[in-house]
Design a protein around this ligand. Sequence first.
Ligand SMILES: Cc1cc2nc3c(=O)[nH]c(=O)nc-3n(C[C@H](O)[C@H](O)[C@H](O)COP(=O)(O)O)c2cc1C
Length: 169
Amino acid sequence: MDAEAAIKARRTHKQYGSTPVDGETVRELVDLARHAPNHKLTQPWRFRALGPEIRARIEELAGEKEALKLRRAPTLVLATAALSGDPHVDEEDLHATACAVYAVLLGATNRGLASYWRTPSCFTEEPVREALGLGPSERVVALIHLGPPMSEPPPKERLAVDDVLSFLP
Ligand SMILES: Cc1cc2nc3c(=O)[nH]c(=O)nc-3n(C[C@H](O)[C@H](O)[C@H](O)COP(=O)(O)O)c2cc1C
């Protein structure tokens, strides 16, 4: 699958098969993320593949309703941005980390994996942050869900190119 095909084929998946994505594949996906553009090579992204112990702890802290959602995918990778405190640099670093997350989603799509960019609110709460070992300057950008696809979600309706593109004279 080439890059354009992966961009068009990627979907948000909320149902997954139970087989976790193996560690080597997770490494390959994060290796793709490392190539994302980032100003002054700050390389602000940090990724944590969540194992069973930390997942159980987060589910406990998040409560049963949220835990059900957190169990949807067999593999969860938390993407954060390590920020400096400078507002301009931080804005750029958040954008760069979003690009890195997108690279993971596209790489997953290319490998036939289902994926989902989710931002659960519990990941901004102190007990969950503490359990994950997040420093005060780390911002959660995505809880990336990965796993075998169980369905083929249809494409969502999008604005047409002409609605979002203008050529200025
Ligand atoms: C920054 C960001 C945060 C998102 N957070 C959530 C979320 O918390 N819950 C959710 O259901 N979808 C979330 N999504 C996924 C979007 O809802 C999804 O991409 C959108 O509906 C378009 O569908 P598609 O991904 O299948 O094209 C997020 C996407 C982005 C880029």
